[in-house]
Design a protein around this ligand. Structure first.
Ligand code: CFM
Ligand code: HCA
Length: 534
């Protein structure tokens, strides 16, 4: 495999080859500390799937908060291309406070770039308050805003004073980092600083109070997870940020436990909530029947309550008995196949379990923009060196809130629990991959083509940018960002939907009409040198 990898990279210039090599690993458990390079700049000229800091801030973390108007301060394209594409669904009991379908922008023109866009932004906020009366407003900066030096914080402050409505300014200019990841961090900081804990409530509204962090309700995932959690008896204080709201986020300090699903995008808030309010966090993965069941059991272990544990087992038994027989039917179509799984910063890992439940092995996986800890586990965090790009993003340092800090579980009990459940712990994707499988960070277009030719997977899962290229190679491609407009894929019903969709992508007769290039084109091309072949 090492040889094949060298061959694959051989067409690249030496410097690029050396750089890319560090982002590719062949899993080898005899080497306990396999290091992968991650969260560094994509080399110019390489076609990457990555997005920008603005996408990570506005598009991912802040955008789903439904009772806010999210203003994109920038050229219209930045707004338009994030309008409804991410499928973060939202419902509201108060229909006047659900703005999820809107796309609001200052539509900066040349004049604004030259003379500044602050006045236009202030005027837009006035209009937004008048027309929508939202609970709060966000200003999301795009690249030109930072370049021309518009002071969005000053505009936010004076608008807040003018209208008495909270206005949050996110300096998430696209270039602020090497990917979406920078935007997650910027969003986490402001939400922690300005929103979480802003209410004067001291008590959670019920027993077993939890926040669900890093769940964005793509295709309705959060609704399926919440259905099960509520059935067991949990009180959900807030979901960050799928179908979430400014209103509920303010009370997040009252929860007894934080669940972290997408570690990459929200581990900052999880850590800060622990320091400030003493709320422990546990890593969960609600994808797949086994993932879902295990996460529910880990939660019950944390609360250590007989009734909750009994109800947990009852719900798992009921749900598994309902969905598993149908999943088993679909498994017959899927068994023995292989997959590539390349998604943003958590799904490249989370979906491997569900594939395995269908009898599909993920032979190549990776993340677009995750950090080393998402691959290698959180224990490497102290060893990650900060470079100029990561220094660009301010660190928010929080202190214990003396009035509100509550010890939820004694330190001795926490240590006990750490031996049983992933408390403040994420072991990373590499941990779950088998020897010989390939791990690629920031997979690019060229490598996608080459790895497909090399490993000929039966299914490729990633996003819109490579889906059609892959399908034209005769390979089913399943979008794991948008679910190809299907879903939910989380929880028990989600696992069933996923099994059905994956089985369907193998069973469709479409593939009879496509010939993959390696079946009618030579894999190797060359010329005979003069004198040879006589
Ligand atoms: Fe987390 Fe996400 Fe993901 Fe992500 Fe994203 Fe997304 Fe994703 Mo697209 S927050 S890292 S920045 S799970 S938008 S809901 S699907 S790349 S794997
Ligand atoms: C983003 C959003 C995205 C893009 C999906 C894709 C999403 O990165 O800004 O490339 O198919 O999930 O909508 O990740």
């Amino acid at each position: 495999t090492e040889e094949k990898l060298q061959e694959l990279l051989s067409i690249l210039p030496d410097k690029v080859k050396k750089a890319r090599k560090k982002h590719i690993l062949v899993k080898d458990s005899s080497q306990p500390d396999q290091i992968i390079e991650a969260n560094t700049r994509t080399i110019p000229g390489i076609i990457t799937n990555r997005g920008c800091a603005y996408a990570g801030c506005k598009g991912v973390v802040v955008g789903p908060l439904k009772d806010m108007i999210h203003i994109v301060h920038g050229p219209v394209g930045c707004s338009y291309y994030t309008w409804g594409t991410r499928r973060n669904k939202a419902k509201s009991e108060d229909p006047t406070q659900n703005f999820i379908n809107y796309c609001v922008t200052t539509d900066m023109q040349e004049k604004d770039i030259v003379f500044g866009g602050e006045k236009k932004l202030a005027k837009l906020i006035d209009e937004v308050v008048e027309i929508f009366k939202p609970k709060a407003i966000s200003i999301n900066a795009t690249c030109p805003v930072g370049l021309i030096g518009d002071d969005i914080n000053a505009v936010a402050k004076s608008a807040e004073e003018r209208h008495g409505v909270p206005v949050l300014a996110f300096s998430c200019e696209g270039y602020k980092g090497v990917s979406q990841s920078a935007g997650h961090h910027i969003a986490n900081n402001i939400l922690m600083d300005k929103v979480i804990g802003a209410s004067d409530k001291e008590e959670a509204p019920g027993r077993y109070a939890i926040n669900i962090l890093g769940e964005y309700n793509i295709g309705g995932d959060a609704w399926e997870i919440e259905r099960v959690l509520k059935d067991i008896g949990y009180t959900i204080v807030s979901t960050m940020t799928g179908d979430g709201s400014y209103e509920e986020l303010r009370h997040a300090h009252t929860a007894d436990l934080n669940l972290v699903q997408c570690h990459r995008s929200i581990n900052y808030i999880a850590e800060m909530l622990e320091i400030k309010y003493g709320t422990p966090w546990v890593k969960v993965n609600f994808i797949g029947v086994e993932g879902m069941s295990q996460s529910l059991r880990d939660m019950a272990t944390y609360f250590d309550d007989e009734e909750l544990t009994r109800k947990t087992e009852e719900v798992i038994a009921r749900e598994v008995a309902r969905v598993q027989p149908m999943i088993d039917q679909y498994r017959k179509v899927c068994e023995g196949k292989t997959a590539f799984c390349f998604v943003g910063g958590s799904r490249g890992h989370h979906y491997q379990g569900m594939y395995r439940e269908l009898g599909i092995e993920t032979v190549l996986a990776g993340y677009e923009f995750a950090h080393r800890d998402d691959y290698e586990g959180r224990h490497v965090i102290p060893t990650i060196k900060t470079d100029a790009d990561s220094k660009n993003i301010p660190e928010l340092h929080v202190n214990r809130d003396e009035k509100r800090f509550r010890v939820k579980v004694s330190p001795e009990k926490l240590e006990e629990l750490k031996k049983k459940i992933p408390l403040s712990e994420y072991k990373g994707m590499n941990f779950d991959m088998q020897d010989g499988y390939i791990i690629v960070d920031d997979l690019n277009h060229y490598e996608t083509d080459e790895f497909i030719k090399l490993l000929k997977p039966d299914i490729f899962s990633s996003g819109i940018k490579d889906k059609y290229v892959v399908q034209k190679m005769g390979i089913p491609a399943k979008q794991l960002h948008s679910y190809d407009y299907s879903g939910p894929y989380a929880g028990f019903n989600g696992a069933l939907n996923f099994a059905r969709d994956i089985a369907m992508s193998f069973a469709t007769p479409t593939w009879n009409f496509i010939v993959p290039p390696w079946q009618d084109q030579p894999l190797l091309e060359g010329k005979m040198a003069e004198g040879e072949g006589k």
